[in-house]
Design a protein around this ligand. Structure first.
Ligand code: NAP
Length: 279
């Protein structure tokens, strides 16, 4: 019997790559969504080698900064069978960027990749969901330092007075509000509050020299990406589903920054659909 696929974005590096391995070890059919086939090569090899109990690993390329590519990926994923889970793990922080950059769809890129693309992917896959599907999104513990931060209805993608940090955390607020809204709409969804996690060397190498230097002491204190990856895997494979905002041990947490406000969730759903050209 086809038990369905687990769709995982951002699987080329970091937590996503370890999650692909953990899911393959648990016998899942993992669909890794990465920017390109070349970006998928490493994780495909590693997860396939680790696979057990008839696991399969399939690559579907899509640059999440291009909604046309996301929609093509939805069609390809649907061909692979019913979707049992979606893990929206991919994100960008764009820490060295000075000015906002717009995607081909005209959306500020951090918001587009971190929130609009997961929205389009998840809602687009919904008609192809298996029975009892799960959705997981990546929250951030760093939000605790910004309890006052909110989305701006007049500048939803934060392109005015842009800063990489504000754009990133607002996109995380949007992801959390989307997850809470999915739950209200009957989907077993969880937002994982991710603590500071060690980045892969290839990611740190993209930082400017000063930032790289500042990041070094942080690296030593940061968590092992495999621990967070194991929680992603548990959230989609545990017999009874966990919903809500949870920490890396799966313990329930309050939603930060009023992200469980139903008014915000409903408004953001419509606004995101409009930005994505779905309304
Ligand atoms: N590390 C931390 O301390 C931390 C803390 C809080 C939350 N998080 C969250 O945890 C999640 C995983 O992060 P990580 O630590 O594993 O960082 P990472 O190694 O940078 O992983 C991010 C992944 O997203 C992919 N991605 C970015 N832009 C993309 C695009 N346009 N199209 C397709 N894929 C794209 C990247 O692909 P490429 O490699 O091709 O760029 C990469 O594989 C993210 O949601 C992040 O916000 C991390």
């Amino acid at each position: 019997m086809d038990v369905g696929t687990v769709v995982l974005t951002g699987a080329a590096t970091g937590i996503g790559r370890r999650a692909a391995v953990a899911l393959a070890r648990a016998g899942q059919h993992v669909v890794v969504v990465t920017r390109s086939d070349a970006r998928a090569a490493g994780v495909l090899g590693e997860a396939t080698a680790a696979g057990r109990f008839g696991a399969r690993v399939t690559s579907v390329p899509a640059d999440l900064a291009d909604l046309g590519q996301v929609r093509r990926a939805i069609d390809e994923i649907a061909e692979l069978g019913p979707v049992r889970a979606v893990i929206n793990n991919a994100a960008i922080l764009a820490i060295a960027r000075r000015r906002p950059r717009r995607t081909v769809d005209g959306i500020e890129e951090v918001f587009a990749v971190n929130h609009v693309a997961p929205f389009v992917l998840t809602t687009g896959l919904r008609p192809h969901f298996a029975a009892h599907p799960r959705v997981v999104t990546a929250g951030s513990k760093g939000l605790a330092a910004l309890p006052w931060l909110r989305l701006d209805p007049d500048d939803v993608d934060s392109s005015r007075r842009w800063s990489p940090v504000r754009a990133y955390y607002r996109s995380k607020i949007a992801q959390l509000a989307f997850t809470a809204e999915l739950i209200r709409r009957g989907v077993a969804a969880a937002a994982l509050r991710i603590p500071s996690v060690r980045l892969d060397d290839e990611r740190v190498a993209t930082y400017p020299p000063l930032l790289r230097l500042g990041y070094r002491p942080k690296l030593r204190l940061a968590a092992d990406p495999r621990a967070v990856a194991a929680r992603y895997a548990a959230l989609v494979t545990d017999e009874s589903p966990t919903t809500g905002h949870v920490d890396e041990r799966g313990r329930p947490l309050r939603w930060p920054n009023r992200t469980d406000d139903p008014e915000l969730g409903g408004w953001l759903w419509d606004r995101t659909a409009q930005m994505a050209g779905q309304r």
